[in-house]
Ligand binder design. Structure first.
Ligand code: GGG
Length: 354
């Protein structure tokens, strides 16, 4: 019997609603597979906690999370708490403290009717974005001088270390090689004349170790155009922290929206727990209405199962997602249906099989 210990951080807004459905799926798997069990410990961290205590998480929160096999996060951010505080004091803090330097964000069209790109099919939009997740533009380095004065100056510094850049590019090359796909690097070396020139150099250097992997390199502006006009160009994509965040929202836009976008924050060496989350935020406008789409959060469960080495179940969850989104009877309003969050979760469990 294998047991996996999971820390739950449902967070804010629709976070708790969608995490409930993901946990339902894990509990259903436990019932169907006598060799697997999951235990859950919930942490009530997020904006409500901040408004009560002045902290997004406990002071010793990182130590509390350290021993778990995985962290399952819902969403962070809510009116009344500045977004940069909710992000930096919880989500980004966990990514950094646990060196979750790989962010895996699949961009896959599950049903042709969901893309605004009229001529594109499911075969045309299917790629994996590997986003650098520990430094770059999200280094948190900078300063604000002469605040509020005419001479005010604000600095936000990107940090691209050789170690950080090489390891993400190597990870992406390994993924492309393993799956026999092309690798596309997205950068901006013509304008960002230190960081992105360095990024492009590292792509070239590491690429020499992978002569079997066909490599392309695009400026982020050109890549944004191709993502809309010609998404079939992309198979495995590697890019920096900020570009990865932006490009995967664009990816969500061409595949049916953020209700279908998942992300795994991975520490590949397994020195620390990895964290699984839907890409979407807390969506305060629909929180509490019972209409949030739980599919991205359930897809995160599939990524978590793959990460645990339970690929059979990871695939079963993904196949059920694909079937449900194709059938289109039991979908939430963001995908044109009228089902409630809990009904989508219940129906998912009825369909799930290995
Ligand atoms: N699901 C987690 C969440 O609330 N994400 C919101 C967000 O703004 N994330 C930014 C990022 O992934 O860098």
């Amino acid at each position: 019997m294998k047991n996996f210990d999971i820390a739950l951080i449902p967070g804010d807004g629709i976070g708790p609603e969608v995490v409930t459905e993901g946990v339902k799926v894990l509990k259903a798997i436990e019932k169907m597979d006598t060799k697997l069990s999951f235990s859950f410990t919930e942490f009530p961290w997020g904006c409500e906690h901040y408004l009560k205590t002045g902290k997004m998480m406990d002071d010793d929160g990182i130590n509390k999370l350290r021993h778990f096999d995985a962290i399952y996060l819902g969403a962070v951010g809510y009116p009344g708490v500045p977004d940069h505080i909710s992000l930096w004091e919880l989500l980004l803090r966990i990514r950094k403290e646990f060196d979750q330097y790989v962010n895996l964000r699949p961009v896959t069209l599950l049903n042709q009717s969901l893309t605004p790109l009229k001529s594109k099919t499911e075969e045309d939009i299917d790629f994996l974005v590997i986003r650098e997740n520990s430094e770059g533009e999200y280094a948190g380095a900078g300063d604000r001088l002469f605040k509020g004065q005419p001479e005010e100056v604000v600095l936000q510094t990107g940090v691209f270390s050789r170690k950080g850049t090489e390891r993400i590019i190597r990870y992406a090359y390994e993924e492309a090689r393993k799956s026999n796909r092309t690798l596309t690097s997205i950068s901006k070396g013509n304008a960002l004349n230190y960081s992105m020139v360095f990024w492009d150099e590292v792509i070239e250097e590491v690429g020499k170790e992978y002569p079997d992997v066909e490599t392309y390199s695009y400026l982020v502006d050109a890549a944004s155009l191709y993502l809309v006009s010609d998404p079939e160009r992309f198979e495995v994509v590697v890019t920096s922290n900020l570009f990865g965040d932006i490009i995967t929202d664009l990816g969500a836009g061409i595949t049916g929206g953020l209700g279908l976008a998942t992300g795994a924050n991975v520490n590949p060496e397994k020195q620390y727990p990895s964290m699984f989350e839907p890409v979407h935020g807390s969506a305060p406008d629909i929180a509490g209405k019972g209409i949030a789409n739980p599919i991205a959060a359930i897809w995160s469960v599939s990524q978590m199962l793959d990460f645990f080495g339970e690929e059979r179940w990871g695939k079963a969850v993904l196949t059920t997602i694909q079937d449900m989104v194709k059938e289109t009877e039991m979908l939430t309003p963001d995908l044109g249906g009228n089902a409630a969050t809990g009904d989508v979760g219940d129906s998912f469990i009825e369909k799930l099989k290995i």
